[in-house]
Design a protein around this ligand. Structure first.
Ligand code: SF4
Ligand code: SF4
Length: 378
């Protein structure tokens, strides 16, 4: 006897997809051109046509646990060739946003981060924390030493480190919860179970991600691969810079041979990374604007994140220049303090909200690619 399946559309999810850039999804008439032109789509159970059906039906559970949505690099080839203007690349982008919000351990926070109307509340958290920090700094500096040239007189460095380590731990916990929940759902809904070593497959995926091998297979919008790669390398460089800064501050100091060498390394890697960040984010910005017809314009989810990355880069640079230009590193002027404050707020946003914003695609895509590899989807 034929098995009967009852389809339960999630109308809210359809609405969410439409407002997140997938407003064209109902225009799809299932011709499958998108699956044919997609350079990432496997021959078996190809995408994004099947996702377009599921999106049209509002099958949220199927979509958010579908590893194929993470095989897509949003190159826009399918959007460019779609004869109906249904923009499947944009729809998949909206589905990924839905998946990030669905798997986030604090869904309300994810919604606020990815909605323009939540920006004030979201920024209020670091603003209040850092204002308190600035107010108690004179007292803290009397009992805890602060470090030269690091705006220590304005914001106690121990306070800054405590705040950002807490933010990082919150982000790690959130990312771990999200990724493990997604893995469990992918396993439950996949017709093939993952096989092989997790570590080996993870390493193989990282080897693809770092040089952006798959990204470069896209046709219509290859320039985006270079911009994306620059941004990724910039974040890796900034993570290395922060680690060196931490070692100098708490272990070696700036004096002595090792301290001085580390200091030069930190400045060199930090500045190169900042330039790469500005160049990469700037190119991504220009690319989205100029290719909107061919590969889609994106939504606040994409633009909000991009603006925040640019702000981190610009304020980081300015804060350094204003400090160097200042007569006395220990007493930065009001402009320098304001720029440094905005820099800390934007860095907090990127750090603490990483598993809730577009940044989360770094963790979820890696997980989806590993799952895809272990189930022969690549
Ligand atoms: S999204 Fe466009 S190309 Fe893909 S199946 Fe629908 S109509 Fe065809
Ligand atoms: S945007 Fe590119 S990678 Fe994604 S489904 Fe379309 S063609 Fe494939």
């Amino acid at each position: 006897m034929t098995e009967r399946n009852l389809v339960k559309p999630d109308l809210n999810f359809i609405r969410e997809l439409k407002t997140a850039g997938g407003d064209t999804l109902k225009q799809c008439y299932q011709c499958a051109t998108c699956s044919v032109v997609c350079p990432q789509s496997p021959d078996d159970r190809c995408f994004p046509r099947k996702e377009m059906i599921w999106a049209g039906w509002g099958l949220k559970d199927k979509l958010v646990s579908d590893p194929d949505i993470w095989l897509c690099h949003h190159c826009g080839d399918c959007t460019s060739y779609c004869p109906r203007g249904a923009k499947p690349g944009e729809v998949l982008g909206a589905v990924r946003k839905g998946a990030i919000e669905h798997y986030a351990p604090m869904q309300g926070l994810a919604k606020a981060v990815n909605d323009r109307s939540g920006l004030t509340k979201i920024l209020a958290v670091p603003v209040v924390i850092l204002l308190v920090g600035a107010l108690i700094t004179p007292a803290l500096n009397r009992i805890l030493p602060y470090h030269q040239g690091a705006y220590g007189a304005f914001m106690n460095t121990w306070f800054v480190d405590f705040t950002f380590i807490s933010a990082a731990l919150f982000a790690i916990w959130s990312a771990y919860k999200g990724v493990t929940n997604m893995w469990a759902d992918m396993k439950a809904n996949s017709p093939t179970q993952p096989a092989g070593s997790l570590t080996e497959n993870l390493l193989a995926v990282l080897k693809e991600i770092v040089p952006h091998k798959k990204f470069k297979e896209c046709d219509v919008n290859q320039e985006r691969a270079t911009a994306h790669m620059l941004t990724l390398y910039a974040f890796i460089g900034l993570a290395v810079t922060t680690t060196i800064g931490f070692i100098i501050m708490y272990f070696t100091g700036e004096e002595g041979v090792i301290g001085k060498m580390l200091f030069v390394m930190m400045k060199f890697i930090g500045n190169i990374s900042a330039v790469a960040l500005l160049a990469g984010a700037g190119l991504l910005f220009i690319n989205r604007k100029s290719k909107d017809e061919k590969s889609g314009m994106g939504s606040y989810f994409d633009w909000g994140f991009l603006w925040m990355v640019l702000l981190v880069g610009v304020t980081g640079f300015l804060a350094q220049m204003l400090r160097v230009a200042g007569a006395d590193n220990h007493h930065p002027n009001i402009l320098a303090k304001a720029v440094y404050f905005v820099h800390l707020v934007t860095v907090f946003y990127l750090f603490a909200y990483a598993p809730y914003s577009k940044f989360a695609h770094l963790f979820y895509r890696t997980t989806g690619l590993v799952f895809g590899r272990m189930t022969s989807r690549q």
